[in-house]
Design a protein around this ligand. Sequence first.
Ligand SMILES: [Zn+2]
Ligand SMILES: [Zn+2]
Length: 336
Amino acid sequence: MKAMLFKAAGQPLAVEDLPDPEPNEGEVIVRVSHCGVCGTDLHSTSGHGMDLPANSQLGHEYAGEVVALGKGVDRLKIGDNVAAMPVVGCGQCEACATGIDVLCTSWAPYGFGLAQYARVSERGATILPKTVSLADGALVEPLAVGARAVRLADPARTAKVLIIGPGPIGLAVLFWLRQRGVENIVLLASSGRRRELATGLGGTSFVVEGDTASDEIRSIVGGAPDIVFEAAGTPGVFGRAIELVRPQGMILGLGFCMQPDTIVPAMALMKDVTIRWSITYTRQDYEACADALDRDGAAARAMVTDIVGLSDAPAAFEAFRAGKGPGGKLLIAPWA
Ligand SMILES: [Zn+2]
Ligand SMILES: [Zn+2]
């Protein structure tokens, strides 16, 4: 099969031939239809200290059709369409009991979806309704991040909500807020690059950071936001969220910021703010995303700006890294 491999920071990914994968016990083989690319892929291939070893496979947002079953698999059958979890826990420990497999200390990696076939753990596979396309199925993983965050924030329909960072995670939050009937939402961005994309997802107000941004946000939602989703992951944004949220409001941290970031705790204390982070999702969030895509796929599809085959994928990946284009989701279709 053909797969995309990481070679070294500063070099484009390479498309190479690898042996077709074989399923171990409790695993299936999936013929990958579509696999998304996101900021995590950039972090792990950027040369900034978290790089994968040479010749690693990537791809953690994917969906495809089950084509082979390993021993002991009983929930899945040949021909099922599934969205795969890229990290699957042991299923036995206290951490796994939370439903968030990435918290397990002995999780196994299954983030190898940038290839024609992938090994998928039965425990990590969510069966997609046949009415959901496999291209939409590749959106389950990024949407699930937003699903859990919105579930934790539990906004009232009338809540005033600010999303900082209109990247795929911010847009996934927006998608789930809309699913819950929350309308009073504003997006704050460092530039106008994703304005069109965000408006395509439901006419949400869009503010570009600057001197007048705080006033603009308050005038759009009618006061200080009740909930701020931090989905930018850059230093300074948490402090900004504390500044903007209303007293006794909530800040949900989703951004992946690998640099030290300074806040003034007293500013949060004086407002009696609740701050919490949210890492990934549970299996139930995956199922909720499959159902939401079945109901309302078009709303999620609006975040996809490029679909390319494997031959164009290395160049598209580098363009994504360079921040070119409208800034939505890049999907790679390994059989196109
Ligand atoms: Zn991702
Ligand atoms: Zn475990």
